[in-house]
Write a protein that binds this ligand. Structure first.
Ligand code: FAD
Ligand code: FES
Length: 261
């Protein structure tokens, strides 16, 4: 049974144009939260916008939860306008989260745009495992953000930007292709725009590497009731099915997901 909690905001800063880092007090009775799970955050008290907004948890600490929120519309604007000391109503944790029970330990983590946000907690948790080799590849349309946060947990990291010269100029999927030619990886985790996820899925299949994709479909209830968030997945050998991203996802294995052309 999912529960909502009223949590105090302890920190709210705009880390780069339009993107806020919001840290809230973690409810004492919250229980375990997995990397890749999300909360449905209530954006306002008024009638509009009616729905909560799904936001991935970016860092889970003993006392706090951190969210990275990009202001793209009314709901996220209202969330980002809340001040330190104010309260926020969160529902969750929701969804399945990443499966960290992986057998081999040469791991690639690929993020694009706001998709880097849920990967930070993932990388933190992976870095605590024994005998693990993690490479992080972050792609941005313009100015990178959160790079220093990732560097707290990994040394091997590259940054791609479509507009600026960092380690690579262009889509992050290009250095990803090169990396897969140079080294054998055992597992890939990814979150980002759908075209990026589609390329990562295909590269995983070509190189016989399991891929976990965090899919950010539009959502409403966030709890499996409204069927707004469906994702097309394989069913058996040659059939397919729609499943709820909020309930059966948001993390799916690449081999399951069908990206429509
Ligand atoms: C599981 C999950 C985790 C997410 N985690 C984060 C996160 O950590 N940080 C973050 O900033 N955002 C995250 N999002 C996206 C976020 O929920 C939406 O940006 C937000 O709901 C938009 O609400 P709004 O009222 O501000 O904008 P709206 O007015 O509803 O929409 C404004 C614009 O954003 C687009 N949009 C709305 N929802 C989505 C979506 N789900 N994916 C892509 N585009 C969308 C719309 O098409 C429209 O162009 C996540 C979404 C999901 C499903
Ligand atoms: S958002 Fe309602 S079923 Fe997924």
């Amino acid at each position: 049974m999912n529960k909502n909690y009223i949590c105090k905001i302890v920190h709210n800063t705009e880390i780069t144009a339009g993107i806020h880092k919001i840290v809230i007090e973690k409810p004492k009775d919250l229980g375990k939260v997995k990397a890749g799970q999300f909360f449905n955050l209530k954006s306002g008290e008024e009638e509009y916008p009616l729905l909560r907004r799904p936001i991935s948890v970016s860092i889970i600490d003993d006392e706090t939860l951190t969210f990275l929120i990009n202001k793209v519309g009314k709901g996220t604007m209202l969330l980002c306008s809340k001040n330190k000391g104010e309260y926020i109503d969160i529902l969750g944790p929701l969804g399945n989260g990443f499966n960290l029970d992986i057998e081999k330990n040469n791991v690639l983590v690929v993020g694009g745009g706001m998709g880097v946000a849920p990967l930070l907690e993932l990388v933190k948790q992976l870095s605590l495992k024994d005998d693990i080799d993690i490479k992080v590849m972050l792609g941005y349309s313009d100015i990178p953000f959160m790079v220093e946060d990732f560097k707290e947990f990994v040394d091997d990291l590259i940054v791609a930007s479509e507009k600026k010269e960092f380690d690579y100029k262009g889509y992050v999927t290009e250095p990803l292709k090169q990396e897969l030619q140079n080294k054998k990886y055992d597992h890939i985790f990814a979150c980002g725009p759908k075209p990026m996820l589609k390329v990562v899925k295909n590269l995983g299949e070509e190189n016989d590497i399991p891929v976990q994709l965090l899919m950010e479909e539009r959502m409403a209830c966030g709890m499996g009731a409204c069927l707004v968030c469906t994702c097309k997945v394989k069913k058996g050998e040659d059939d397919w099915n729609y499943v709820r991203t909020c309930k059966e996802g948001p993390v799916f294995y690449g081999e399951e997901v069908i990206f429509d052309e």
